[in-house]
Design a protein around this ligand. Structure first.
Ligand code: EPZ
Length: 421
């Protein structure tokens, strides 16, 4: 296993390509189960999570053809409607095969994903929505066993709170339901719009994606299509914060401000300059330290929970105090003690973290605890004096494509080295 060695204190300059969004790629890949024709996806990032989902799609009989960032998926015949625990437990997004399998085959047996490091993450909203569409659902030995022998039918689903996964899951299942489905209090993330665009290219009739009410007119069958995965807003925001912490100027190619939602105003308030350019988003930070600003996480267009850890690293060196409130997941501050090992002054009380900016951080060995937490340690390491070693790199490999190479190309002293401890 590798660890990441970082020598901090170098400003970042140049251009860096933003990859396709992990959290969009995973959903459009699952959408391939809805048709017997080929779905061609471009701009698919090469990530551990993508490879893991391919293992599951292969288990269902999907023919897979990968050429660089282009992925061709053809589910000509579904050979198994069971998604086994051994595969689903490794990645929660796998659970979203339930709806498409049910919609196309009238049955599915999918392992419950279980909790994960950042919270319990139940799937009750997913199941209630499928039940509203006429699915019979039983829980048997850790599996969701669902059937809809007469097919799914359109329904009105009103979510009690916003869920990205439940919105996407219901939207996919409803494409093949008989009649009209309305999703109220739907998530509005850019990945929802990307999935709707992909489904519509496949012949679905999805309206209103990107707003709180999504209407899906069911169709008898979907067909093949080509879809370009949207750029990863979390990768983009993370590199913007790396510039904020280390200083310098980067053009984040393919990036654009609108993908940041409320994060653009927060970063500007903290002292970063963000400018949309024809090729991408330009981020500049030099001179004075960043300013301590308060943030609470919210569904899009609010400040994303997936950037909260990175923002904490940025605030560690800010001038003043920043109060951060995590409202989406109940256990998403595991990076705080690791940042404190680098000299950050952070006090966590329940869902609130108070970060008092310090003059400098000092490199140290630290441990990645989850995907976005790992990136916060990278950002802190880039701005710290001396050397930082980040172990458990497999977390980063799940969601940041070629991170070491990208950072090297803009002047960072970053290297993967074997972890012999
Ligand atoms: C997606 O998770 C993302 N994952 C997460 O990114 C992201 O943090 C999250 O949305 C919020 O933006 C993928 O897209 C693969 P939710 P998801 O359903 O869909 C609760 C990353 O690092 N809830 O919007 O699972 C849930 O526990 C990952 O890339 C229920 O209670 O998130 C959470 O508290 C981490 N019942 C809240 O809702 C349900 O049935 C929002 O979760 C569903 C969710």
């Amino acid at each position: 296993m590798d660890k990441l060695a970082i020598i901090g204190g170098r400003e970042l300059y140049g251009e860096l390509e933003i990859s396709g969004a992990k959290n969009s790629a995973l959903k459009v890949m699952v959408a391939s189960l809805l048709t017997a024709d080929a779905l061609t996806l471009t701009n698919v990032p090469d990530l551990a999570d993508v490879r893991q989902l391919l293992v599951l799609l292969d288990n269902h009989g999907v023919e897979i053809d990968r050429d660089g960032a282009t992925l061709r998926l053809k589910a000509k015949e579904i050979t198994s409607t069971t998604a086994p625990y051994e595969i689903v437990r490794k990645m929660r997004a796998s659970f979203n095969v339930l709806g498409p399998l049910l919609a196309r085959e009238g049955e599915a047996r999918v392992s419950l994903p279980g909790g994960c490091a950042i919270g319990a993450r139940p799937v009750d909203l997913h199941l209630k929505a499928l039940e509203a569409m006429g699915a019979q659902i039983e829980l048997e030995e850790g599996y969701v066993v669902a059937s809809a022998k007469q097919g799914l039918r359109g329904a009105r689903v009103s979510f009690p709170f916003v869920s990205v996964g439940a919105t996407e899951h219901s939207m996919m299942a409803a494409t093949l339901a008989e009649g009209v489905t309305t999703l109220e209090n739907a998530a509005r993330e850019p990945e929802i719009v990307d999935l709707a665009d992909c489904l519509n290219a496949m012949g679905a009739r999805v309206e209103g994606a990107g707003t709180s009410t999504i209407t899906i007119h069911g169709v008898a069958a979907l067909h093949g299509a080509t879809h370009d995965v949207l750029p990863d807003r979390i990768e983009m925001g993370s590199y913007a914060m790396a510039v904020g912490a280390a200083g310098g100027e980067l053009l984040l190619k393919r990036g654009r401000m609108s993908l940041l939602g409320a994060a653009d105003g927060i970063l500007a308030e903290a002292g970063l300059t963000l400018t949309d350019e024809p090729d991408g988003l330009r981020v500049t930070k030099w001179g004075r330290p960043t300013k301590g600003t308060n943030v609470h996480t919210e569904p899009f267009p609010g400040f994303p929970t997936d950037l909260q850890a990175q923002y904490m690293a940025l605030m560690a060196l800010a001038d003043g105090t920043s109060v951060i409130r995590e409202t989406i997941f109940e256990n998403r501050y595991m990076h705080a003690p690791e940042l404190m090992r680098l000299g950050a002054n952070i006090h966590v009380d329940g869902q609130t973290a108070t970060v008092r900016g310090v003059k400098s951080l000092r490199g140290a060995p630290v441990m990645a605890t989850d995907l976005r937490a790992s990136m916060s340690l990278v950002i802190a390491g880039l701005s710290a004096e001396g050397q930082t070693f980040i172990s458990r790199l497999y977390h980063l490999d799940r969601g940041f494509e070629r991170l070491d190479k990208k950072l090297q190309s803009v002047g960072a002293l970053v290297e993967r080295v074997p972890d012999t401890d």
